[in-house]
Design a protein around this ligand. Structure first.
Ligand SMILES: Nc1nc2c(c(=O)[nH]1)N[C@H]1C(S)=C(S)[C@@H](COP(=O)(O)O)O[C@H]1N2
Ligand SMILES: [Mo]
Length: 229
């Protein structure tokens, strides 16, 4: 079935209601927690099979993308920047921007959606997160990806979403190098997750087996963890 048909049947809508973090009362929260692993598996399966339709380049609205930074704007030196990839991998990596530029480059035009009530069509370019993770070799024990940022922002993703072909480590935006306020030199971009999952100024990707007490900067404050679109 196509993604739209799933949506039409209310499969995604129903599970999103259960997972919706902010407006939950005690009872629905308990229900949400009890069914969350199943819903996550269903949503991950749906997403992994359905590439999201992309927009045209002329639909990009550069002014619609608002800057969201919870803790200021870190300035990372492009020369000394390294992306650390470690945890449950067979080959830990320490990638420079030149290393990333040497990998196959991809771009797409997608809608960025922030829970604070705005959205923007953005063109992103960069390397597939899946390509970097396959260079590192994810252990069969790896279930989640923990993402550290230079501003101390933190998030965790399901591996299926990290491996989605439209999930990028973006180094470019709207046809230009990624601006510092938007996460330079490297940020996450994908059409399958809400804005708060799209970490800017990424410095470390760590493959982990289970979600520990910290699942993310906003997730730990009650924002829904899966945050699928
Ligand atoms: N490191 C870091 N990444 C972050 C954030 C942040 O504060 N710090 N804010 C998130 C939120 S809520 C959104 S909507 C997007 C906004 O991206 P933009 O500032 O490029 O528009 O970045 C996300 N990634
Ligand atoms: Mo956001």
């Amino acid at each position: 079935m196509k993604r739209r048909q799933w949506l039409g049947l209310g499969v995604s809508g129903g599970s999103s209601l259960l997972l919706g973090g902010c407006a939950l009362n005690g009872l629905s929260k308990a229900v949400g927690n009890a069914t969350q692993p199943l819903n996550e598996r269903i949503e991950a399966l749906m997403q992994s099979r359905n590439p999201v339709p992309e927009f045209r380049r002329d639909q990009v609205d550069p002014d619609a993308l608002l800057v969201n930074s919870f803790n200021g704007v870190p300035r990372l030196d492009p020369e000394s920047y390294r992306l650390q990839v470690d945890g449950l991998v067979s080959q830990p990596l320490n990638l420079s921007l030149a290393d990333l530029a040497a990998l196959p480059q991809h771009d797409f035009v997608i809608r960025h959606v922030c829970v604070e009530g705005w959205a923007a069509i953005v063109a992103w370019s960069g390397v597939r997160l899946a390509d970097v993770l396959s260079l590192a070799g994810i252990s069969s024990l790896g279930g989640y990806l923990a993402i550290d940022s230079a501003d101390q922002y933190f998030s965790t993703w399901d591996i299926a979403a990290a491996l989605h072909p439209q999930t990028l480590l973006a180094t470019g935006m709207n046809g230009a190098p990624l601006p510092v306020v938007n996460g330079a030199p490297v940020r996450l971009a994908t059409p399958i997750k809400l804005g708060y999952k799209l970490s800017k100024w990424v410095t470390r990707l760590q493959v982990i087996a289970t979600l520990e007490t910290r699942s993310g900067t906003w997730e730990d404050k009650g924002y829904e963890w899966f945050a699928g679109l």
